[in-house]
Every structure is written in C-alpha cells, then in structure tokens.
Design a protein around this ligand. Structure first.
Ligand code: BGP
Length: 458
C-alpha cells in the first residue's frame, strides 16, 4: 500500500552556515568560536579539518539550488552566520546582505522554500570574549541580530527559526567539552541554557514586531528518554532526563511556561540561574508558531549509580543505559531506533496542543563512503535509504494517528563539515569531493528521495 503524506508536505534537507559556506574569515566575516578554537587547537579536529573552507556554498550556491531542484526538494533549512551579517555585532556587512539575498532568491527561483535559522552553534568570538551565553548581554545582542535579519530578509523568507538545538551548545560547551569554551560546570550550563531561552524569546518578540506575514519556530534535538525498567528510581531518572533535555525548551516555546518540576529540580540541586523579573511574562507572551525536531537517537536511561545532591553532573541524576538489544550505527555510535519518531509524534499531539511541527533533521552519518562507489562513480548508500525509509514509516504512522507534522528534512543536502568530526562522517544526498574543489555528485539516496518527494510518499 502506498503511504501518501499530507498535502503540501515539506520534503527537504537541513544544513547550516558554518558547516557549508566556507569563506569563514573572508568577505567581511569575523571569527566565531569555531574559527578561534581551530586556530588555537587544530589537533582537536578530525584530520585538522577546520571551519575555514567548508563545502564552499559561498561560491557554489547557484549550482546547489539547481541541484536541490534536480532532486525535488521543495524546502531547505540553512542558517545565517551572525558573524558574517554583523561582524562586530552592530554594523551590517553589505556583502553578506547581498550574498544571503541572492542565495534565498535563488532558492525561491528553484521552487525551494527557505527556512532560515539564526544560530547554529556559531557564537561570535567578540561576544564570547564578553562572556558569551553566560552573560545577559548576549540576550540583547542576539535580539538585535534577529531583528536585523528579519528586516533584511523578511520579504524573501517566511519561515524562521531562532536556534538549532540550543541544548547542544549548553551541554557540549559547558559539560562535555565538544564545543568551545569546553568547560565543565553544571551551574554555568544551566545559566547558559536560561540565557539562550531568553534570547529565543526576545527574538520571537522582535519577530512579532517586525514581520506580519511569516512564521517563527525553534529547532530542538529530541532524544526521548526510555527507562531501563519501571522501578521508581529508573522512572525518576527518565523524568529528570526529559525535564532537562526536552521540556526545558519545548515547554516554554510552545506553552509559554518553564515546568514547575524543572524549576524545583534545579533549585534542589542549587543550580537556579539568575533571572529578571520581567522574564516570566515575556516567556508567556512570545510562544512559537511551529516546532522543528531533530531526531537521531533515543536516550536510554537508568537510575544513577552515583546519585548526588546537589548534582555535579547530569549523570548524578540519570545515567546512560546500554540496552542489550540496540541496533547501532557504528560510525557515529548512535542507536538506530525509528520507532521513537512515532512516540515523538504522539507526544506532540497529546502534550503540546498538536502544534504544527516537522522533522527538521534525520539522517545517517557514515565514514569512508568511497567504498560504496559503483562503476559509474555513484555512491550506493542503500543503508541511508533504509534508515530514512524506516523512520518515514513511523512518521507516517504518527501522522495517521493525528499528529500535525508538516514535513521531513534529512540531514543533509551536500556532505558537510561536522565540528570536531570534520568531514569524517558523511550524511549528504550529494557527495562532496574534498580532493577536487568540493565537486558534488549525486548518491543513490538522492535519487531515491527524488522519487519519494515526487510521489509525496512511497
Ligand atoms: C545535529 C546538528 C548538525 C549536524 C548533525 C549530525 O545535532 O544540528 O549540525 O552536525 O547533528 O551530527 P554530527 O555532525 O555530529 O555527526
């Protein structure tokens, strides 16, 4: 039986400015924390691959828009680089304005709806030197940047998002050392998360004051927690994991409230952040129009073996549980569990007022894909097709059950740079040849997706 998706379903892909544009210190752009970190510690990055020359979309966007159309994408999410648009945080870089206007216009000319995100882990270095998200100043700086972007591109872009995976810069930067400043401090992590939430809220406020014919949302990473057992200890671990990682942003973004249980939890562990008296009303007033959820893997949890109050790390509240039956993507080390997409769809329906949402990232990173080149020079990535199809099956089931999902974006369109992992794992519908001027070539999954998009299902 054919599975037909809702009318006007978005079939597309997601990517980001820092991972694809290249020209990271050219054309007026100032340094982000990634440029700086690579300069001082290149050995941390896979094969010394830094952010400087990522995939060269800055020069190749016209041909790329054609490639989007060639495989039937009707939408693409990428981001604006804050440090390109406002290199010093105040003054517009006119070359950046021209670049983004041309890029977004070109997408539209090729039938591709741009969904534009404002922050994808790329903190300006000038702002990091003033404390980054630890400082309340970053909230105002971000709101100014957001307003500037809405004014410059609001005529072209009708769907906006404020942040990509805000929990990731919190945990990677302040708990697990995968992002600069790579410190380990639970209390600071909570403060950084809170300021990020307020930056999001203030950007939504700026949006409501600037744009009347568009929609705004936020992109969250979703790893629904599954407890090892139904014991009260394991279930408490699951609850703490969901409160900290999912409800922390999803509840205020959709319902205009930080859950009381989360407020109580951070208080119990002496992690309460500094807040301003007006914040609560702002959070209430500026909720979103839609949600994007990036889904890669579930979170299996069990009761902590070293519970601690106050907790020093999240592991004192919940611990990863190694589920013996798990299926794994060995390259990325992430569990493959498509069933969770159905659970997420039902969660959005039942716990989040059935707000419009879409799968804003889903995909499979694989290393050394040249192994799968066929005689015609095409990568036959059947594993990726299977991965996406399995996830789409469960998404379809969720939609059939009434969940208000309006699209599916794969990560990603052309192979891109991935932070400390450089170009190790590839995700694209198009291969990027690093030895040959970033030349692109279609993979089998790109042709498969074209069929799915064309048929609005499979
Ligand atoms: C998401 C990020 C992307 C992208 C993707 C794949 O969390 O939004 O930026 O990188 O994951 O993960 P990775 O590149 O770490 O393999």
């Amino acid at each position: 039986m054919t599975k037909t998706f809702p009318k006007n379903f978005l079939w597309g892909a997601a990517t980001s400015a820092p991972q694809t544009e290249g020209h990271s210190l050219l054309n007026g752009k100032s340094a982000s924390t990634w440029d700086y970190w690579f300069e001082i510690a290149p050995e941390k990055f896979n094969e010394n691959q830094g952010p400087k020359d990522t995939s060269n979309v800055y020069e190749m966007y016209r041909q790329d828009c054609q490639r989007m159309q060639d495989i039937g994408l009707n939408s693409l999410r990428t981001s604006i680089s804050w440090t390109r648009l406002l290199p010093d945080g105040k003054n517009l870089n006119q070359e950046a304005v021209k670049f983004y206007r041309d890029y977004f216009t070109c997408m539209l000319d090729h039938g591709v709806k741009p969904i534009i995100n404002l922050f994808h882990f790329d903190m300006p270095m000038w702002l990091m030197q003033k404390g980054g998200w630890e400082s309340r100043k970053a909230v105002d700086a971000f709101a100014f940047y957001a307003k500037t972007a809405f004014e410059q591109f609001g005529d072209l872009v009708k769907m906006w998002t404020t942040f990509n995976e805000p929990m990731v810069h919190v945990e990677c930067g302040y708990l697990y050392q995968f992002h600069y400043p790579a410190i380990v401090d639970f209390k600071k992590a909570v403060q950084v998360g809170y300021h990020t939430l307020m930056a999001h809220v203030c950007a939504v406020k700026a949006f409501r004051q600037t744009i009347t014919d568009g929609q705004i949302g936020i992109i969250l990473n979703i790893s629904p927690a599954y407890a090892r057992s139904d014991s009260p200890q394991d279930l408490a671990a699951k609850q703490a994991a969901d409160l900290l990682n999912t409800q922390s942003f999803l509840d205020p973004a959709v319902k205009g409230e930080i859950p009381q249980e989360l407020i109580d939890l951070v208080k119990l562990h002496e992690l309460t952040p500094q807040v301003l008296p007006e914040d609560k009303a702002l959070i209430k007033a500026y909720t979103v129009d839609f949600i994007g959820l990036n889904y890669y893997q579930p979170r299996r949890v069990k009761a902590p073996s070293q519970p601690l109050t106050p907790a020093k790390m999240p592991e004192n509240l919940y611990e990863p549980y190694d589920w013996p039956e798990k299926k794994i993507n060995p390259y990325r080390g992430w569990e493959i569990y498509p069933q969770a997409i159905y659970d997420v769809a039902i969660m959005m329906k039942e716990q989040y007022n059935n707000i419009p949402w879409y799968v804003s990232e889903n995909g499979m990173g694989v290393a050394d894909e040249e192994r799968f080149l066929n005689a015609d020079g095409m990568i036959e990535d059947d594993y990726r097709i299977e991965f996406m199809q399995d996830h789409l099956e469960y998404l379809y089931k969720g939609i059939q059950a009434g969940s208000n999902c309006f699209g599916y974006h794969s990560w990603t369109f052309v192979d891109c740079w991935s932070w400390l992992n450089g170009y190790r794992n590839r995700y694209g519908f198009y291969r990027v040849d690093l030895d040959n001027n970033f030349e692109r070539s279609i993979k089998k999954s790109g042709l498969w997706f074209k069929e799915v998009a064309h048929n609005n299902g499979f």
